[in-house]
Write a protein of this length. Structure first.
Length: 150
């Protein structure tokens, strides 16, 4: 139960942070990405603040022998750059640049009634479903167990 409560409050805090920083405003995001026009550097400060806070929290967490709500730390094992990684990253970047949304802010914004967000979320879910259908075998989760997608 405490893992679910912790996840809920982490997601709530993340969503509030997205709203306060205006990462849910596509024109703000596109203004940040428009480096040759009316560039808005304010989101760079948001990202820098997030990186600093994460860096400090990560260093503190590594002083522990194990996480508070798990049996052990789990880190990704794959370190190579694959075609799938490059393609997925490219699609993410193009989608972010064209729409002004990435998945977290889109989910946060979907409750505000903007149909553009709903189209983005529907396209994102469709792409996730197509990706899942193309997988030849279940993907192991980060925790090392069987995928919950299967």
């Amino acid at each position: 139960m405490s893992r679910s409560v912790s996840a809920f409050f982490a997601g709530l805090l993340f969503g509030i942070g997205l709203l306060v920083s205006q990462m849910t405003n596509p024109s703000k995001v596109i203004g940040f990405l428009d480096v040759t026009g009316q560039w808005d550097p304010s989101l760079a400060l948001v990202m820098a603040g997030a990186v600093l806070i994460f860096g400090a929290a990560y260093r503190l967490s590594r002083r522990r022998s194990k996480p508070i709500l798990a049996d052990s730390f789990v880190e990704p094992t794959q370190r190579e750059i694959t075609g799938s990684l490059v393609l997925g990253s490219s699609l993410f970047g193009v989608g972010w640049g064209l729409s002004g949304f990435c998945p977290g802010p889109a989910i946060t914004s979907s409750g505000f009634g903007d149909s553009r967000v709903w189209v983005f979320v529907a396209a994102m879910l469709a792409a996730m479903f197509i990706y899942h259908l193309r997988q030849p075998k279940p993907i192991d989760s980060m925790a090392g167990g069987p995928s919950t997608l299967s």
